[in-house]
Design a protein around this ligand. Structure first.
Ligand SMILES: [Zn+2]
Length: 328
């Protein structure tokens, strides 16, 4: 017999707004079955970040597009209508995201180019400043003229404007400028864990005012003292629910699978102290709560007094609503 949490989870659209692995080879893509086996309906897959040069993003896209094409149970989607059809047919839907506008190589045309290739979400700056704006671990000088033009183009083509990893000032300016709702795909509340990657109440409230959604991630050092317990993830979700309302909260786990990502990633981390300042990322492996914990999270949220409708929204309905208004 299913628990109430398992039932709500089974019946809900489950949306994970960001996968945390770095896409380098087919073995990384094979890990997408971890999400599918956990019952996730939609996953945004990261194809590049500011740490790499932009052609690496294009290479990742070419690999992922071919691999997904070959999977009978995983589908690249570009609209919510396509997602609904894939879900009805029992397939997990994928769209791509890019972490940082260095991938644009200074060209506005690249926004549409990436959109054509399946990118539906892009954030400004991965931890450090770039041509579009400021990063969360940098001396943020605000949204640049280029960043403003990129927002207008993202609004035009229908790509989610994402403020995760971005500096405080740039995010506040971006949320003023964007005509579409803005999201934080994977950013936890700073009130619960004082880390520069986490966001202030002011940022979360401004996001909700645009009509957007803030996604809670499962990274141990952003949740607490390397704490990936489901109850701790629920603490962060509940904090946002009380602050901005349940309809503005979602999930963006940032999960990566150990053997495919973590050793390599920890090496990358140690080799790029500018992107990951050692005082913000004290030694040891980065751990993340897994997609298999999401059903338990649903139960945990029900136990804390949230109604089934609110939990279903957090599991995916809220991100779906925003994506429908932006992607169509
Ligand atoms: Zn990230």
């Amino acid at each position: 017999m299913l628990t109430d949490g398992a039932k709500v989870y089974r019946d809900s659209l489950v949306w994970d707004a960001h996968a945390g692995f770095e896409l380098t080879c087919e073995a990384d893509l094979e890990t997408l079955y971890i999400w599918r086996n956990a019952g996730v309906d939609f996953l945004s897959v990261n194809v590049g970040f500011d740490v790499r040069d932009w052609p690496v993003t294009v290479k990742g896209l070419s690999l992922a597009r071919r691999w997904i094409d070959e999977q009978p149970n995983i589908e690249l989607i570009g609209t919510i209508g396509e997602l609904d059809r894939a879900r009805a047919a029992g397939r997990m839907s994928i769209a791509f995201d890019i972490e940082g506008m260095t991938a644009l190589n200074g060209s506005l045309d690249m926004v549409r180019f990436y959109h054509d290739l399946g990118v539906r979400q892009m954030l400004f700056a991965y931890n450090l400043n770039n041509a579009a704006g400021g990063g969360c671990h940098d001396d943020d000088t605000g949204l640049t003229d280029f960043g403003r033009e990129v927002i207008a183009e993202m609004n035009r083509v229908g790509m989610l404007v994402d403020c995760s990893h971005t500096g405080h000032r740039t995010t506040m300016e971006a949320m003023e400028v964007s005509e579409d709702p803005v999201i934080f795909s994977h950013s936890n509340p700073r009130a619960l864990k004082d880390h520069e990657r986490n966001i202030t109440d002011e940022q979360a409230k401004a996001c909700a005012e645009t009509g957007g959604v803030v996604g809670v991630n499962g990274i141990g050092i952003f949740l607490g003292e390397d704490d990936i317990c489901t109850a701790t993830v629920a603490d962060h979700v509940k904090y946002y629910v009380d602050l901005i309302g349940a309809s503005h909260v979602g999930i963006g786990l940032d999960y990566f699978h150990g053997s495919a990502g973590s050793d390599d990633f920890n090496e990358t981390l140690a080799g790029k102290p500018d992107f990951w300042p050692p005082e913000q990322y004290p030694g040891g492996a980065v751990r993340c709560a897994a997609p298999s914990q999401l059903a338990e999270l649903a139960g945990e949220l029900l136990a804390r007094g949230l109604c089934e409708t609110a939990v279903a929204g957090i599991l995916g309905g809220n991100f779906r609503r925003v994506a429908k208004s932006v992607w169509g």
